[in-house]
Design a protein around this ligand. Sequence first.
Ligand code: NAD
Length: 374
Amino acid sequence: MSGRSCKGPFKILVLPGDGIGPEIIKEAVKVLKALGEKKGITFNFQYGLIGGAAIDETGVPLPEETVELGKQSDAILLGAVGGPKWDNLPPEIRPELGGLLKIRKVFDLYANLRPVMFFPELKNASPLKPEIIEGVDILMVRELTGGLYFGEKKRFTTEQGEQAVIDTLIYTEKEVERVVRLGFELAQKRRGKLTLVDKANVLESSRFWREITEEIKKEYPDVELSYMYVDNCAMQLIRNPRQFDVIVTENMFGDILTDEGAVLAGSIGLLPSASLNGKFGLYEPIHGSAPDIAGQNKANPLATILSAGMMLRYSLDCPEEALLIEKAVKAVLQKGYRTGDILEPGTALVTCEEMGDLVAEEILGGVYDEGLPL
Ligand code: NAD
């Protein structure tokens, strides 16, 4: 694979955000720089404002300048937004709604990818028994810009004078098609299994998703497709999570199931995510800005470092380099280094900064053969 174009120059928009955001982002950038040095890749990092930091400086949570910088970039790497300082602002100018949800909407980031990875070194951190969690490797794909969360909402009074409410679930054919197609493509590159999660026994929208999925399936004969009701999926994820490869689902079901997926791995400090529109994507850890530990050099930067790994894989066409980051993280964990959130007896406590140094050193040390599976 030496003829690949994983050399850059890549333009990365870095949005540290609030709370622990700047601390964890610093370590992810450090790791990318180490990778650049090791592999001769040019990364051009540009920094922008989002969230509370943007409100403090410009009065708005997503300045136009940030959007412009994003448009000129190959990908966006984000820390986290929000914190008590901005909690009492009107919702539309709060960091979460006016910053994070808005940037997802502006860039039409319709597919949210969350891998659920099993780290043998952390098997005791999971609430599930080791024999159930062992070997789990799931990629959850959640539709992110449609469905119930974005449909019309209203309150009204019935003819009988009773208060009532409507939330509208709406999906267009195109919205379903693009995310389901992505699911097939991702399954093709993994173990070839795709599960569409829905509630087709009750919901018309689910039957619509199934019809479209059946059509697309004809183009991917090598992918084994199955359907599962969302209630069953919630149960199967804790009974037998190894059965899943790629899961695709609509926005609200995905919201709930991806959080359930997150606990399988044990710590939210470890889980990365990607929000994609084709090849362009925004990469961020799944956790928030952790104001309780901000500024203390205690945060776990691994979810953000692994998010940078996803960026290499999905936006920059650098799958081997993504693997290198994942292997380096694994090696550091194998050597027994832990931030406070995943500390166990017999392991060594390190700071956020030390964790970043350790991963960068593993990469620069070059002890891994390219292409070796994890
Ligand atoms: P949180 O994820 O920030 O924190 C939950 C708990 O997990 C805290 O105890 C925190 O210390 C711990 N934690 C989180 N990330 C960690 C890490 N990397 N290392 C070690 N420990 C970690 O969730 P919250 O407390 O509900 O929210 C805090 C703020 O973050 C709120 O303002 C919320 O709106 C915002 N938020 C932002 C995002 C985002 O930017 N994507 C996501 C969720 C919440």
